[in-house]
Design a binder for this molecule. Sequence first.
Ligand code: CA
Length: 370
Amino acid sequence: MTQSRKKFLKALAAGTLGLPLALRLLLGEGQAQKNEYGVTSNERYDWKMVTTWPPGFPILGEGCELLADLIRKMSNGRLNIEVYGGGELVPALESFTAVRQGAAEMGSGVSYYWSGTAPAAQFFSGYPFGLNAQQMNAWLLSGGGMELWRELYADYGLIPFAGGNTGVQMGGWYNREINSVADFKGLKMRMPGLGGRVLEALGGTPVLLAGGEIYTGLERGVIDATEWIGPFHDHTMGFHQIAKYYYYPGWHEPGTNFEFFVNKEAYDQLPPDLQTIVEVATHYINLYTLSSFEAKNAEYLKILSEVKGLSIRGFSPEVIDAARKAAKTTIEDFAAKDAFAGRVYASVSQFKANIAAWGDLTEKIYYNRM
Ligand code: CA
């Protein structure tokens, strides 16, 4: 029995119950009903978040913990999210399925992991010579990208949210100089996804290695080269101890976008204020992640530039041009094999063409001349 019901009955028994008091107590009893915003004040929700990141992974795993903390505080403890690193509750690459099936309410990853299930998912993480971070946010949040992403994930009972961006990645670590396209011939390189297919078109051999196997693979010559992310995470991996050349830019990943995905049934059960808190908190992590990558990469580029014997160098225009041509064919072939992927590629490539004309007068000029 609630406190107000007890007071009501006590007052009734004592004969001290006037009409206004009775109404007040009855209204007090009614606090469990929804207010004009569809919110009751005392419901508590406990969610699990599965992630594709190793537990506590710098920036990305940390971002998930920060998201859970912000949501807990903003909801006054009404929405509590327990974060699990990859492998702690389910294997990293089963996160998508786990959230679809309701074993967890929320997940964190990168959509190209699911391109085997839904080819169009690739385009919401990025593709070789695609959008940079700023353009990706513009397409997703203001250019129709998010509507397409939500339409795609609705088929899987999920709602996606943008979860941050690496910015332009580095081109990778090589123990062989890349002076011309011919130098890719026979190059064994760890480069996943569409980037790997472009490498193949250039004469190289993409090799699939899990994160934990890359260092020894490069050290023992199983691979001649590897890409990873940028100076901060690459330094953590220690590649500078075993590779001679660190190339830029990462044409294969010009702005890889991360994601949160939420089980739609679980989301629909939340009152509107908690739904809004989830949405707004993911926007903050979207910003936090890109900002952290930019700041940390700048700091660690300086550290790497002081490593003795390491040469940090750019790909030649000839190499970039050849990669761009190979990428165009590779991506068009990929998009042509799936109707939804074709629709998404049409949207993102049209957006890229439009924004490139704007960027040519602004961002590009600024970077080149200021
Ligand atoms: Ca990468």
